[in-house]
Design a protein around this ligand. Sequence first.
Ligand code: ATP
Length: 303
Amino acid sequence: LMQLYLPLNFLGSIYSSLRTALVDLEQMFRLTDETPEIVDRPDSIGLPARLDEAPAAAIRFEHVRFAYRPDREILHDVSFSVPAGGRVAIVGPTGAGKSTISRLLFRFYDVSSGRIVVDGHDVRDYAQAALRAAIGVVPQDTVLFNDTIGYNIAYGRLGASRDEIEHAARLAQIHDFIVSLPDGYATRVGERGLKLSGGEKQRVAIARTILKNPRILILDEATSALDTHTEQEIQTALRTVSAERTTVIIAHRLSTVVDADEILVMGEGVIQERGTHRSLLARDGLYARMWAAQAEEREDEEV
Ligand code: ATP
């Protein structure tokens, strides 16, 4: 039965990788008609995609300015760097520009001025396909295909063996759940199958990304509240997938960012505060107020 969910033929796998690439982009970037065309330079270069091909890649935003439309600049002179294998978290109120940073890193848009450097080169030097292959995204809300849960994990790397798929599922803390289902890995999910919770879907996305093994990771944390147990399982899974990879986390729950190397507090298109959790608390500014507000919410939930 396990064979059933693996792609059966070449055409099938091409079709599904195209389909999944499109779905991923759409869900992450909510494609709009105004999306500008990004084209590769004629002399564009490649870069190793997977962590087993090369070590994690450093990221640097240098004085980045960006506007979706000419009359409204969204990012004003944003600079930060993530060392190879490091973890940077971006927090801040809705509309602050957090997701915009991840879209620019993925080069879904080009900066208006400044530059973004990945692995020593401006992202505009790379072939888009090469850049995007090196970046794994765990989106807020993962779209599942009407296929088996095993297939939904496997397309992180089509052609992965059953052992590799199970290994990824274990690391993503979703294996035990899967084997508890009546048909295990062959259980159909999606619109016409079993509906998974937000937390389960996110773990499927994490398992996919573990299979993909990208050198850079963008985690777009779900806003939806999770129960404490699920939250802990997801934290464990996220820690596994981000270990050794250069990671950018767009965080909504500050509990996720406590151990980040640097936290960027975005507001109104600029980095308002930056530092470690400790240093930001000591500063007693915006971050400290956000932390206090979320601590109150956590207490309310526990009552
Ligand atoms: P949230 O926490 O709600 O996800 P965010 O900090 O990620 O918010 P962004 O999605 O980066 O915010 O959006 C920053 C600003 O850019 C917002 O004011 C938003 O309205 C605007 N914006 C986002 N996408 C587009 C787009 N495709 N076209 C025009 N404006 C956009």
